[in-house]
Write a protein that binds this ligand. Structure first.
Ligand code: F6R
Length: 615
């Protein structure tokens, strides 16, 4: 939700900021803006719409260049997306200029107080309130910018990552964080700011991830001070070394990031298994788990918390943990869990799943679980993210940067980690035979190859996609391990093509959704199951007899479903518990091709953002 960039150094900040904003555009893209100190004052340019529109505006401007600047790409919370509400926001005196990611919950009270003090407001944003509060404090208390920010933030309730510059201190950027991500790239006599590290990976490998409740005063050719917002005490930051490289965040010849990321899945799965799965020795080594295996073994239940696609991988894990390791599992939306007063006991295990590692609801749910004494195991993709740091232990998915808003390779790599966890636990608990354990290990080692084969149905899927262009509603059906895949297929279609879709367990269809079936409503059925295969065939018959059109995902060589379905997509054979890895691939490709054919913005669908850092 919103991306922040900043630069302070000898180079012209504008191109660095613009480039950084393009990298962060996945975080929000309804408006954007930049502000640069040009030697005499801070000048800004803002525009509704994507960064490309801002770039066009900037081509008409001459006076925007200088060694200190900030930029923002917005996902609107307070106030509709327009030029006035876009960031950066100036204070009344036009001396302070601020970009902000998050929500100031008590902005209205502060605004009223400031109006009484003579302040006026042009925008509807909470950000304009914040920058004026800082200005008010600065003058009232006669303090420097850093201290003014610190005092103001102590009056604020909510979440923020912010960067602020001051006309009177044109060699300084003050940044602060609570609940929204912010990191500082440290170069030779230059500093970079980003909501993540992608804006500056080509300039420096040294990065400080600001922690919640921290503030930094960054100055050119001078020391940077890191302080606690609560009491202004000094802190010494940890400088981390980045391993990410530029080529990993480029499209590499694919039309869209989403397609690139779908195709990257075999490699992403292999990378996730690397160093963890040893087939010849029959070992699953997961250091984050090995150190705490007794905690896992004594847990009465496992609760999984996540949102969206990550929640779907949690649902698949419920089947894995219960069937393979015989451990009871509950899967909860993090947003519900955090407000539900859940029954969590001190020996409970909570697994938090998040691609970005920044999802506000998941982070808050983790904090709640920890406060009740639970042991939190985080499964994240983004290294050093807030959820990874907040968890007691965990595993990274090693999928590489996922930039398309629709999550794909994060999903299959999350399932890879969860599957290994389930098999590892089954062995440690002694609920599995040696033979079956080794069979599972072998199956895990072949997932990437099967996913690779599943990708080869791309051309068939492209043809099938044409059949969906007039549809306004679609139904996705699956059973057992593939029920969550039906949910995931429906979510993928909704979010990038804007076609309404619902996922259901196939047997639930007759309890309501069947009323929707007619010749205009396509149904996608995942029919690879060996268990309940006959029942799925019956469900298909029920739909056909109501003139519904059937698109079925079947195992290679299937005969029965082929006879009744209108179209089939074949995927390789596998044991039941591995099928979700394989059946999700055609569903990802199907939604991709439908969205492309409908002319939708696949990588940046409307109203969405990759990292949901607000409630
Ligand atoms: C869907 C999608 C979202 C995310 C959800 C959680 O394609 O990407 O539903 O899965 O916002 O995000 P993370 O996994 O970053 O916590």
């Amino acid at each position: 939700m919103c991306g922040i960039v900043g630069y302070l150094g000898e180079r012209d900040s504008l191109p660095i900021i613009l480039n950084g904003l393009k990298r962060l555009e996945y975080r929000g893209y309804d408006s954007s803006g930049v502000a640069v100190y040009n030697g005499s004052k801070i000048v800004s340019c803002k525009s509704k719409g994507k960064i490309s529109k801002l770039e066009k505006q900037l081509q008409k401007r001459k006076n925007i260049s200088g060694g200190i600047g900030i930029g923002h790409t917005r996902w609107a919370t307070h106030g509709e997306p327009n030029d006035v509400n876009a960031h950066p926001q100036f204070s009344n005196s036009k001396k302070l200029c601020l970009v902000h990611n998050g929500i100031i919950e008590n902005y209205s009270t502060i605004k009223q107080k400031l109006i009484k003090e003579g302040f006026s407001f042009d925008s509807e944003t909470d950000t304009e309130v914040l920058v004026n509060l800082i200005e008010y404090v600065k003058h009232k208390k006669s303090v420097k910018l850093g201290e003014a920010v610190q005092i103001a933030l102590n009056q604020v309730i909510g979440a923020y990552a912010l960067a602020v510059i001051d006309n009177e201190k044109p060699d300084e950027i003050v940044v602060a964080k609570l609940g929204s991500p912010l990191c500082i790239g440290i170069g030779e006599d230059e500093h970079f700011i980003g909501s993540d590290v992608t804006p500056f990976i080509e300039y420096t490998k040294n990065v400080v991830y600001l922690e919640d409740g921290e503030l930094a005063i960054i100055r050119n050719h001078k020391d940077t001070f890191f302080r606690k917002i609560s009491d202004n005490s000094l802190i010494s930051p940890t400088i981390n070394k980045l391993e990410l490289s530029l080529d990993k965040i480029e499209k590499q010849g694919f039309d869209h990031y989403m397609l690139k990321e779908i195709y990257e899945q075999p490699k992403a799965i292999k990378d996730t298994l690397r160093g963890r799965l040893n087939v010849s020795k029959g070992i699953i080594k997961m250091s984050g788990m090995d150190d705490y295996i007794n905690k896992f073994l004594s847990a009465k239940k496992i609760t999984i918390i996540a949102c969206g696609t990550s929640w779907h991988s949690g649902l698949v894990a419920e089947y894995m943990f219960e069937k393979i390791a015989r451990i009871p599992v509950e899967v909860e939306y993090a947003s519900e869990f955090r407000y539900r007063d859940p029954v969590i006991e001190s020996d409970d295990i909570v697994i938090a799943i998040s691609q970005s590692g920044e999802t506000a609801d998941t982070l808050a749910a983790i904090k709640l679980a920890k406060s009740r004494g639970a042991f939190v195991y985080g499964i994240c993709n983004v290294v050093g993210s807030s959820i990874a740091r907040e968890s007691d232990s965990g595993s990274y998915t090693h999928a590489g940067p996922e930039i398309g808003v629709a999550s794909t390779k994060a999903f299959t790599t999350q399932m890879t980690i969860l599957y290994m966890m389930a098999v590892k636990l089954s062995k440690s608990k002694g609920v599995i035979s040696e033979k079956l354990y080794h069979k599972y290990i072998l199956e895990i080692s072949n997932i990437d190859k099967k996913v690779h084969t599943a990708l080869s149905s791309n051309n068939v899927i492209k043809k099938i996609a044409k059949e969906f262009l007039k549809a306004t509603n679609c139904l996705y059906l699956g059973r057992g391990y593939n029920f969550p895949i039906a949910l995931e297929g429906a979510l993928k279609l909704k979010e990038i093509s804007y076609i309404h879709a619902e996922g259901y367990p196939a047997a639930e269809m007759k309890h309501g959704p069947i009323a929707l079936i007619d010749e205009n409503m396509p149904t996608i059925v995942i029919a690879t199951n060996k268990i309940n295969y006959d029942k799925i065939v019956s469900n298909i018959q029920e739909i056909k007899s109501r003139k519904g059109k059937i698109f079925a995902i079947v195992s290679k060589g299937d005969k029965e479903v082929k006879e009744v379905a209108d179209h089939v997509i074949e995927v390789p054979h596998s044991i039941e518990s591995i099928t979700p890895f394989i059946t999700v691939v055609p569903l990802q490709l199907l939604s991709y091709h439908i969205a492309v054919m409908l002319g939708k913005d696949v990588d940046q669908p409307r109203n969405l953002a990759k990292s949901v850092t607000v409630e």
